[in-house]
Design a protein around this ligand. Structure first.
Ligand code: COS
Length: 368
């Protein structure tokens, strides 16, 4: 309820401005922190509210209903922070989690590289141990919220020849020597969410900032995605619900041939299909989130299904909403064109929907 109130009253009115100007939604992010929503996923013992995965999905959906870019920035902190929960030492948890929970600092997750997207294990950024530090060299790409993060969970390899088994996770702070934020991408959608490159030029990371053991990083990266693909599905769900709501309102109000277009069966069937898909997405997202909250040890299948289905739904529903708005929908005077642009990224980030289908196929074939 709190997330919905903030989203509708404070975030939605600013969304078109931040989209148009490609500026960071400072005010929405400040309010989300002020109201205690940054700490939903953080256990109470570490300064959060410990409300769990379902609560995070509900909050993310509400924020995304208003502004998918703000929701992406909001989700970047659990994305960077879950690895600390999963693999961090007590000391690392104490150092970072309370500050992430309060919103004092934000986080980000940096896995992808220019040559390593879907094939994440082929990353090339190198980490070489030198005394009490690791020296990191390489370029990371597509880091959401990277230029606003106080700590970034960043993946490098200690041995390129080992593939996934060489990948190691580090907690990198932007003040570390040799760390630099690079190009900010100019994007089709979620334009108020910065997507940046990171350059590591003999970047010095203290040994105490290695997360987990050498070679454990790939599993940490994958387990993290099991927790963050459901709320990524919730971003898609928020966009889809916003597009459906806009289409319903417009179809009831817009008159052609002497009656509201909602009276035409052609439009009714579109709206019915949109509503079914949105409802099914919500059930998939909530189901996997509840499995996580119940402590289910493996949610790979359900997480990929929820993310993939909700993202495809968001794209289809937003495209249909533009269709229902007709020519008006194609202009920036109405929000549905933004929903359509924003929906597209949900089929790409956190693992493309092709990768999700690959993961789903692997899981069901192994089960049978
Ligand atoms: N949880 C725990 N361990 C996992 C795991 C998971 N969800 N997924 C994979 N692993 C483990 C495997 O069990 C394997 O361990 P062993 O060698 O001990 O058997 C290891 O990790 C390597 O896994 P796998 O062989 O499946 O790796 P692949 O190179 O085939 O890649 C995919 C797997 C394609 C699923 C992975 O690279 C992926 O998700 N790519 C998309 C990346 C992505 O989502 N990027 C966007 C996020 S950054 S915003």
């Amino acid at each position: 309820d709190l997330a919905r109130e903030i989203a509708r009253e404070k975030i939605a009115p600013l969304a078109p401005y931040h989209d148009e100007t490609e500026t960071y939604p400072e005010e929405p992010m400040r309010i989300l922190a002020e109201q205690g929503l940054m700490g939903i996923w953080v256990p109470e013992g570490h300064g959060g509210t410990g409300m769990g995965a379902l609560a995070l999905c509900l909050a993310v959906e509400e924020v995304a209903w208003a502004c998918a870019a703000t929701a992406t920035n909001f989700l970047a902190t659990p994305l960077g922070g879950y690895p600390i929960l999963l693999a961090g030492t007590e000391e690392q948890k104490k150092r970072y989690l309370p500050r992430l929970a309060s919103g004092e600092i934000l986080s980000a997750y940096s896995l992808s590289e220019p040559g390593a997207g879907s094939d994440a294990a082929s990353l090339q950024t190198q980490a070489v141990r030198k005394g009490d530090s690791y020296i990191l060299n390489g370029t990371k790409l597509w880091c959401s919220n990277g230029d606003h993060a106080g700590v970034i969970t960043l993946f490098a390899t200690v041995d390129r020849s080992k593939g996934a088994k060489g990948v190691t996770a580090f907690l990198v702070e932007p003040t570390f020597p040799g760390f630099a934020i690079g190009k900010k991408e100019k994007k089709l959608g979620i334009r108020a969410s910065p997507t940046v490159a990171i350059h590591l030029n003999d970047c010095e990371v203290p040994v105490e900032n290695r997360l987990g053991d050498e070679g454990e990083g790939f599993k940490v990266a994958m387990k993290t995605l099991d927790y963050t693909r459901p709320p990524t599905g919730a971003i898609a769900l928020g966009i889809a619900q916003a597009a459906l709501d806009a289409a319903l309102a417009y179809a009831a109000e817009r008159k052609q041939f002497g009656q509201p277009i909602a009276a035409f069966q052609g439009i009714q069937f579109m709206l019915a299909d949109m509503a079914m898909a949105v409802h099914a997405s919500r059930l998939l997202v909530h189901h996997v989130a509840q499995l996580v909250d119940r402590g289910t040890s493996r949610v790979v299948l359900e997480a990929s299904m929820a993310k993939c289905f909700a993202a495809d739904t968001a794209m289809r529903v937003a495209t249909d909403a533009v269709q229902i708005f007709g020519g008006y929908g194609y202009t920036r005077d109405y929000p549905v064109e933004r929903f359509m642009r924003d929906a597209k990224i949900t089929q790409i980030y956190e693992g493309t929907n092709q990768i999700q289908r690959m993961v789903i196929a692997r899981e069901i074939l192994a089960l049978s």
